[in-house]
Design a protein around this ligand. Structure first.
Ligand code: SAH
Ligand code: SF4
Ligand code: F3S
Length: 440
């Protein structure tokens, strides 16, 4: 009967871990008899999978809830999932009383039970398992939304406690899946026709096989040898746990993509110490030197926070010098945002907003110049590109190189290549953020 049909809408904010969590949540809901719909208006249950990494990200969910709260009168139920849910907990019910479900990611394995309580009419259901949880969220009901890239979470949570960061509080403690279960999922993904796998973890290289069978580098190699898999990516690596054998694995197995995302956060050893990153500038640069001495040219990207409490103009220049030294292919730059519960919150956030914005702008402008010259080096090369989609307006096909660079290209073939297929492309023009080519 139509009126009894269970429907849900989900919107996801934040990182790839969150995006993949949503794939698992959707799979779980579908298994429980729910059908996903495209708009809040069509749905019986409205879910927001939230992010709390910076204040702006956190505000998004409260804007959404406010925009749609009128739908509560029409009998719709609201659930808040993810990092804001874990951080704010029951306070969300005070701020938005029409919300019936609040659950952090460490409690998703209890979703079927929470959904049953929701259907029975309960209004204040919480899943707020914190750092006590040892369990990971494994489900065979993943509804993969990405047609060409299969995500696999190999480690959940974070034990690093960087001074500025909410993640150790919102995602619980570091806990890894067994390598056997990861490899089984990799094989399942390959059987579904995926050729690209991305291994996920807030610190993916802190992976510790609970059965002690494989190290992270060995797991990379094993996933890279799964029949049918042509590309393996992994994100995010933490410098502290970055070992040389990761580079050796990339050299040994061409299926492991030639790209490492290694967040540095700051080029100043003093600031790194204040951030509790637990490495120095030199320690970080040593790891960069390993990566640069690989037989394959490995592309590097990073995250940087400007305006951390007490960051002086000279310390910011140290970060700028580090950019010039490393020559990243991509930098995600952020202004420091004070976050609840974090140790940095009590440090005096002494840098005016305008100065933070100025530093970010200087950083991103310099990085644009670096990328302009890095990307120009690809001119004339033939790269293997995995097709992701089309841009009919510009008559171009969009894809990505193994180094994760966007490549837009034309083909003389009358039939558009399918997403997920691979093509050799000659690079004929370059931009700071993308390459332009033609299929050969
Ligand atoms: N676990 C990864 C990334 C975590 S979050 C790592 O340790 O590198 C992604 C990025 O958000 C971080 O690398 C950092 O650059 C940024 N970030 C985290 N907390 C922040 C805050 N309070 N203000 C501004 N940026 C922040
Ligand atoms: Fe946050 Fe640091 Fe953990 Fe990364 S390593 S998630 S920045 S606490
Ligand atoms: Fe955001 Fe949580 Fe990811 S805070 S960045 S969704 S781990």
């Amino acid at each position: 009967m139509k009126s009894q049909e269970k429907t849900f809408y989900i919107e996801t904010f934040g990182c790839q871990m969150n995006a993949h969590d949503s794939e698992k949540v959707i799979g779980t809901l579908e298994h429980e008899g729910y059908r996903q719909v495209e708009t809040e208006e069509e749905a019986g249950l409205i879910l927001y999978n939230t992010c709390s990494i910076r204040d702006k990200a956190e505000q998004k969910v409260f804007h959404r809830l406010n925009d749609y709260k009128k739908l509560h009168k029409a009998g719709k139920r609201f659930g808040v999932l993810g990092c804001v849910a874990q951080q704010e907990g029951e306070k969300i019910f005070e701020r938005a009383p029409y919300v019936s479900l609040v659950s952090g990611s460490a409690s998703y394995r209890k979703l079927p039970e929470m959904l049953a309580r929701l259907e029975a009419g309960e209004t204040r259901i919480t899943g707020l398992d914190d750092r006590q949880t040892e369990e990971t969220f494994e489900t065979e009901f993943t509804a993969r939304q990405n047609p060409y890239r299969g995500y696999i979470t190999i480690i959940e949570g974070c034990d690093k406690f960087c001074a500025y960061c909410v993640v150790p509080y919102t995602r619980g403690k570091e806990r890894s899946r067994t390598s056997a279960s990861v490899l089984e999922e990799a094989r399942r993904i390959a059987d579904l026709g995926y050729t690209e796998i991305q291994l996920l973890g807030q610190n993916v290289n802190s992976y510790k096989d609970p059965e002690g069978k494989l190290s992270f580098a060995e797991l990379l190699a094993a996933v890279g040898q799964v029949s049918g898999i042509r590309r393996v990516r992994f994100t995010t690596s933490h410098p502290r746990d970055f070992t040389k054998d990761i580079v050796e694995a990339i050299d040994a197995y061409p299926t492991l993509c030639d790209h490492v995302h290694l967040p540095v956060q700051s080029g100043s050893t003093r600031v790194l110490k204040a951030m509790a990153r637990e490495y120095t500038r030199d320690w970080y640069l040593e790891r960069i030197a390993w990566i640069k001495s690989a037989k394959r040219k490995i592309s590097l990207s990073t995250d940087i926070i400007v305006g951390f409490p007490g960051e002086t103009a000279d310390e910011f220049i140290e970060t700028m010098d580090l950019l010039a030294e490393v020559q990243y292919d991509c930098v995600f730059g952020f202004k420091y945002s004070p976050r609840p519960n974090t140790p940095a919150l009590v440090m005096i956030d002494s840098i005016p907003e305008a100065e933070k914005s100025h530093r970010l702008q200087v950083l991103l402008e310099r990085q644009r110049e670096i990328q302009r010259s890095n990307y120009a080096n690809h001119l004339g090369e033939i790269l293997e590109v995995m097709v992701e989609g089309q841009n009919p307006a510009r008559g171009q096909i969009a894809g990505r190189s193994s180094q994760n660079k966007a490549v837009n290209f034309t083909t003389t073939s009358p039939i558009a290549p399918a997403p997920g297929s691979y093509m050799p492309v000659r690079i004929i023009a370059t931009h700071p953020n993308s390459l332009v080519g033609e299929a050969v």
